[in-house]
Design a protein around this ligand. Structure first.
Ligand code: AMP
Ligand code: TRP
Length: 346
């Protein structure tokens, strides 16, 4: 069966972008059709300025929301990255395959590093090497497919390059994965700044719909979305980014097509109203399930414990194989060492 791996960073509250661009596909499609693993990638949350208590809280919340969004631990493996050592073990080996130049070409690194420098802050080395850790996440499990939003496509491309390079140099070890990006809403834009992605890292954002926003908050945010000059509802991501974003969100919520929907509306107001209601309805069951799960933290903890155990067993053989292939001396088994000592003494 096909293997699927994907992850979400606990750097902020999860958004409608995370849901439409990634999580919904994981719950509705991937877990049913493949052997799938979904991971709260907490090590990745340490690549930017962070508060330890907040990362811990957001990791628990992200795991709970993954289950609330419909991931079923009977069908897939849900776990936390730092609970499985193989990610960090493999990441180092892949750093010996990746180059400094290719890391510095990553768009997300360039953007985030520039933002950090503008603020007068320093850039963590882990921000530069982050895509290698992401490659390790994927390659450790031999994933064939990586369902992600559009912003992660470049990192999956790098993962492919590293897998091919490693296999060529050291012998076939890794499956070469590919990204699967949803046809609609692969890049949900900020409602107030439709030229930028709806990212979750800023905490309060009038242009960001969080999965746990109350219905009235969702309505207010959508109704106040920035639209474009002009009156007619046209689907044109370049020329009319604000309206096109709303059409994409509505299409994703109703399983429709943004270009077709543009013909249905004569005013921005009507489009916003229907989009707001569609988002409220989309989030309703997720929020209800989240509330139930919050009342039972022991259940979530147990799911994560079992998930990490399963994940560890899956990753170990591949990471061990990579260690051997690249030239690291295998550690002797405890039994074998004792035997050697006994025979030397004898
Ligand atoms: P992150 O929040 O960066 O950890 O992203 C987790 C997943 O959600 C990744 O697959 C992202 O590509 C996806 N994602 C995040 N933001 C958006 C967005 N605004 N639109 C579509 N997908 C997104
Ligand atoms: N880098 C991804 C993001 O910011 C999160 C991530 C980490 C990931 N490891 C992954 C996604 C492995 C897919 C597969 O969204």
């Amino acid at each position: 069966m096909k293997r699927v791996f994907s992850g979400v960073k606990p750097t902020g509250h999860l958004t409608l972008g995370n849901y439409l661009g990634a999580m919904r596909q994981w719950a509705e499609v991937d877990q049913h059709r493949s052997d799938a693993l979904f991971c709260v990638v907490d090590l990745h949350a340490l690549t930017v300025d962070h508060d330890p208590a907040r990362v811990r809280r957001l990791s628990r919340q992200a795991a709970t929301l993954l289950l609330a969004a419909g991931l079923d631990p009977e069908l897939c493996t849900v776990f936390v990255q730092s609970h499985v050592d193989e990610h960090a073990r493999l990441s180092y080996v892949l750093e010996c395959v990746a180059t400094d130049g290719e890391m510095r070409r990553m768009i997300q690194y360039k953007e985030k590093a520039a933002r950090e420098r503008e603020r007068g802050g320093s850039v963590r080395l882990s921000l530069l090497t982050y895509p290698v850790l992401m490659a390790a996440d994927i390659l450790a499990y031999g994933a064939d497919e990586v369902p992600v939003g559009d912003d992660q496509a470049q990192h999956v491309e790098l993962t492919r390059d590293l897998a091919v390079r490693f296999n060529q140099r050291y012998g076939h070890t890794f499956v070469v994965p590919r990204a699967t990006v949803p046809a609609v809403a692969a890049r949900v834009m900020n409602l107030q700044e439709p030229a930028s992605k709806m990212g979750k890292s800023d905490d309060v954002g009038p242009g960001i719909v969080y999965l746990l926003d109350e219905p009235d908050v969702v309505r207010k945010k959508v109704m106040r979305a920035v639209t474009d000059s002009g009156q007619d509802v046209v689907y044109d991501r370049e020329g009319r980014p604000g309206v096109s974003n709303l059409l994409e969100i509505l299409a994703a919520c109703t399983n429709g097509n943004p270009a077709d929907l543009s013909g249905v509306y004569e005013s921005y107001g009507a489009l916003k109203k229907d989009t707001a209601e569609a988002v409220v309805e989309l989030l309703r069951p997720v929020q209800a399930r989240h509330k139930e799960l919050c009342a039972d933290p022991a259940y979530v903890e147990e799911v994560l414990r079992r998930g990490a155990e399963k994940a560890r067993a899956m990753a170990r053989p591949t990471v061990d194989a990579a260690y051997r292939a690249i030239g690291l001396l295998p550690a002797a088994e405890t039994g074998a060492v004792t035997g050697a000592v006994v025979s030397a003494a004898g």
